[in-house]
Unconditional design. Structure first.
Length: 253
């Protein structure tokens, strides 16, 4: 966040802004789509906050209450950010796993453990799993099933983030510890409240409804942190992909 003087001199406006993304990690096709989605999400969310700042700066009195129209801009930023998380992690898993699963390592161990515990549990194999096993390209079909299991319709919180982290072989990465992922759970809770409840709450007394209070500065920090977290997924994945390529005698690009 930053402070900027306002021309009318009545107050100062706290701007809601995103931190710039770090430099793109060195990597090949395995991270290209996920990085492009992260950049696009960052640009879209940043534009929403720019519009929010402009609307607030245009107010006659900055110290007045923040309108629901302004808070809706922040709610939209939450939705855009979570959509970016889904798109980014799904692309990262789909593109990186085919390379990572060609060698022994934590990613391959997580892959085997998932199918043994979930897909082949008690010999109750689903029809989807059977079709993947007998597909023309069973390896690709199984990885597609794996990614579906990991991400579901959308990433719902810290537990899903941890599953994606482990699948990429990043369980021991210092930037993706469970405590770090847990710190983002409140953001996913906010996403649920906005997407599934429109931030509506039952008012006490007569059953009328009102909007949940949404602090726009806090939303800015949550969105910013979530987008920086995506970089924390992509950067080490790029490194592990390069290691896997070298192990197999492939080029790094």
């Amino acid at each position: 966040m930053s402070e900027a003087a306002v021309t009318n001199g009545k107050s100062r406006l706290t701007l809601v802004e995103l931190t710039a993304l770090p430099r793109k990690p060195v990597g090949g096709e395995e991270i290209r789509r996920s990085w492009d989605r992260l950049v696009a999400t960052h640009q879209s969310v940043s534009a929403l906050f720019t519009t929010l700042n402009q609307l607030r700066a245009a107010q006659d009195e900055l110290r007045g209450p923040i309108s629901e129209n302004h808070r809706d801009q922040a709610r939209a930023a939450i939705v855009f950010t979570t959509a970016g998380i889904d798109a980014c992690l799904s692309a990262l898993l789909k593109d990186a796993l085919p390379t990572l699963l060609r060698i022994e390592g934590p990613a391959h161990s997580a892959f085997v453990a998932h199918f043994m515990k979930e897909r082949f549990k008690e010999n109750k194999v689903t029809q989807a799993t059977k079709k993947a096993v007998v597909a023309f390209d069973p390896r690709t079909a199984l990885i597609d099933l794996y990614v579906e299991d990991l991400t579901g319709p959308s990433i719902q919180g810290a537990k899903d983030l941890a599953r994606c982290r482990d699948a990429l072989g990043l369980k021991d990465d210092a930037a993706l510890t469970q405590s770090v992922l847990d710190d983002h759970q409140s953001f996913f809770d906010a996403r649920h409240e906005v997407v599934h409840e429109l931030d509506l709450v039952d008012a006490a007394g007569k059953g009328t409804r009102s909007r949940r209070h949404r602090d726009i500065a806090a939303v800015g920090e949550q969105c910013d942190g979530a987008l920086q977290l995506l970089h924390a997924f992509i950067a080490p994945t790029a490194r592990t992909v390069r290691t896997a390529r070298r192990t197999m005698g492939w080029s790094d690009s």
